[in-house]
Structure formats: structure tokens, C-alpha cells
Design a protein around this ligand. Structure first.
Ligand code: FVH
Length: 311
């Protein structure tokens, strides 16, 4: 299978005009990996009119997409050969290596949307370049239902070859928003993991909050949930100040809720958890850090001072 509408020669991948029918012709691409996320990307590209070649280790997962217009490839190597732009959306970095092992990557633009560590992305970039491909790593900041739904706000962080990104930016933007975050191939993965880490911290607090009210018959979780969502959203407004303080090195100016004040309140949180028969295990490591920073001269600071305790 070959790429008949390759965009390799175009400076950008904006749709060109077919001379016969005067209809815009979208550049073709290949997608390897049709799990929940890969399938969502495939549907978005098909819906936007992109000729799409697909491959999946378990072929049956391609059937519905083929019925929707995707071209099936019999092997990963055949799928890679079909297009200049090759996208992988697989389980992990090891599966990317296994899948592409026998494929000829010479002249290909490889975009890897598989979640991995920054060092895996950097190593994969060297690996791809040694095989004659340009490489771009993507960190998907979305769940599958957000793909192909611009109003949902999902986007992909990209880092690596800016030339590749610019050449295919229209194609890459069809399923979700795009943010190029620099030439270091590991930086999309790093910021992806950093953003998700912030989410896990938030969800740890959310789990503790629901546990606290869980024993009360007359506080319905479904009624409490919007209060919690509003509060967490409101407090996310303090994040930019933390970023500014880390940049300036001044962790005290503008602080309205000092660590000293908050450390004094820890007994209230632990006492409430005990009263409600809730384990404080999700909060105690953070409380311990707050105490440590306050006791070593950081009592007038906000949370920026805690960051240095981790490094
Ligand atoms: N789904 C989500 O909510 C998250 C959102 C953020 C980004 N992640 C990452 O996206 C990658 C793909 O995720 P997914 O949701 O598509 O994952 P699965 O549905 O589990 O599909 C996995 C696909 O990988 C194929 N695969 C696994 N191992 C191999 C292998 N050794 N060789 C070839 N392919 C392999 C698997 O094939 P099969 O099981 O159908 O044969 C699926 O196509 C991922 O990095 C998330 O962390 C998703």
C-alpha cells in the first residue's frame, strides 16, 4: 500500500485542491494502535476527511474503522510504508519498539502519542533519527471522549522536531488542540507527567474529602460533590502565584495564608479525620512537609517553599 496523497513535499499540510474535482484533498497518514485512544484519534481523522491507514496487533479492533473508511494494513511495516506521517498510539514505549522493529522508517515523520517517561521519549527520538525519521513525541492531555470534540478542551503537548510539527500541524490539530513545547523530545512527556501528577494530588484530596463525609447519612455525596468541585477550582487560582514565586525566589511576598498559620490547623484536620474514622494517610506526608518547612524558617511562606524539599 503506498501513499498517493503524501504531504512530504509540501511545506505545510494544509489541504491542497484536487485539479479534477476542485475538492480539498487532505494528506494521508498512518495510525498504529487502535486501543481506546487510538480509535478516538482514528475516528477524528476519518471524520475530518483524512485518508487513514490503520494497523493494530489484534486485527479485529480495526474492523469498525475500516467500515468507516480507514484502509487496513496487513502488517505494521506495510502500514508504515503507506504514509509519510506515521502516528503510534500504543500501550507503552516497549510496544512502540516491538511494533516498529521491522518497519522501514527512512524519510518518515514519526509522531509517538504513547505515554512514556521523558528519557524514553529522548531515547526513542535518537532511535528514530538513526533510522532516517524525524521524530515528535506527544503527551495527550485528554481522555478518549474529548478527542474530536474541540469544545471539550483536550489537547496534545508536542516536543521534538519543530520542522515535523510545522509540516503536519493541520493534520495533528484535527483530533485535538496542539501545543508545541520545544525541541527537547522529552519535554512533552515531562509536562504530561507533571500535569497528571497535579491531578493525582488533587484527587487524593478529593478521596479524603469524600471519606470524611462518607459516614454521614444526611450529607449526600452527590450534593457535596459540586461544593468540592467549586472549591478545588477556586483554589487552582493560587497556582500562578506559586509559579511566580518559584521564578522570583521570593516565597513570602503576597502570601495571605502562611505555612505557620496552616501548620497550626493540622491538628484540626487530623482530629476531624479521627472523629470520622478516616485514615489521614493521603494527607500526612504533605502535612509533614509543611511542618518541616515552617520549622526551618519557612513559616511566612506559602506552598512554593515545599517544592525545594522534593529535589
Ligand atoms: N485512555 C486514556 O484515558 C489515556 C489518556 C491519556 C493518554 N493515554 C495513553 O495513550 C496510550 C494509548 O492508550 P489507550 O487508551 O488506547 O490504551 P489501550 O486501550 O489499552 O490500547 C493499547 C494499545 O496498545 C496495543 N499494544 C499493547 N501492547 C502491544 C504490543 N506489545 N505490540 C503491539 N501493540 C500493542 C494494543 O493492541 P491490542 O491489545 O489491541 O492488540 C492497543 O492497540 C497509552 O500510552 C496510554 O497511557 C490514554
Amino acid at each position: 500500500m503506498t501513499d498517493t496523497t503524501s504531504d512530504a513535499a509540501s511545506p505545510t499540510d494544509s489541504p491542497s485542491v484536487s485539479s479534477s474535482a476542485s475538492l480539498p484533498v487532505s494528506p494521508s497518514l498512518t495510525l498504529l494502535g487502535l486501543g481506546a485512544m487510538g480509535t478516538a484519534f482514528a475516528r477524528a481523522w476519518l471524520a475530518a476527511g483524512y485518508p487513514l491507514t490503520v494497523w493494530n496487533r489484534t486485527p479485529s479492533r480495526a474492523e469498525a474503522l475500516v467500515a468507516e473508511g480507514a484502509r487496513p494494513a496487513a502488517s505494521a511495516a506495510e502500514a508504515v510504508a503507506a504514509s509519510t506521517l506515521v502516528v503510534t498510539c500504543l500501550l507503552d514505549d516497549a510496544s512502540v519498539g516491538e511494533t516498529l522493529e521491522g518497519a522501514d522508517l527512512t524519510g518518515k515523520d514519526l509522531v509517538d502519542l504513547t505515554t512514556g517517561t521523558p528519557s524514553e521519549a529522548r531515547t526513542r527520538a535518537v532511535w528514530a533519527e538513526a533510522r532516517g525519521a524525524r521524530f515528535l513525541s506527544g503527551g495527550i492531555m485528554a481522555v478518549p471522549p474529548m478527542i474530536g470534540t474541540p469544545e471539550a478542551g483536550g489537547y496534545v503537548l508536542y516536543s521534538g522536531s519543530q520542522d515535523l510539527f510545522e509540516a503536519h500541524r493541520t493534520t495533528l490539530a484535527a483530533p485535538a488542540g496542539t501545543r508545541f513545547v520545544g525541541g527537547n523530545p522529552g519535554h512533552a512527556a515531562l509536562q504530561d507527567v507533571a500535569l497528571l501528577s497535579g491531578m493525582y494530588g488533587m484527587l487524593a484530596g478529593v478521596a479524603h474529602a469524600f471519606a470524611l463525609i462518607g459516614g454521614e447519612k444526611d450529607i449526600a455525596p452527590a450534593e457535596f460533590a459540586p461544593l468540592l468541585a467549586e472549591w478545588v477550582a477556586a483554589m487552582s487560582g493560587t497556582i500562578p502565584q506559586i509559579g511566580e514565586q518559584l521564578a522570583s525566589g521570593d516565597y513570602e511576598s503576597g502570601v495571605t495564608s502562611s505555612l505557620e498559620m496552616q501548620v497550626a490547623g493540622i491538628k484540626t484536620f487530623l482530629g476531624t479525620a479521627a472523629d470520622q474514622n478516616v485514615s489521614p494517610e493521603l494527607l500526612t506526608p504533605f502535612f509533614d512537609m509543611m511542618r518541616r518547612q515552617a520549622e526551618t524558617g519557612g513559616g511566612g511562606e506559602g506552598f512554593a517553599g515545599l517544592v525545594g524539599l522534593l529535589t
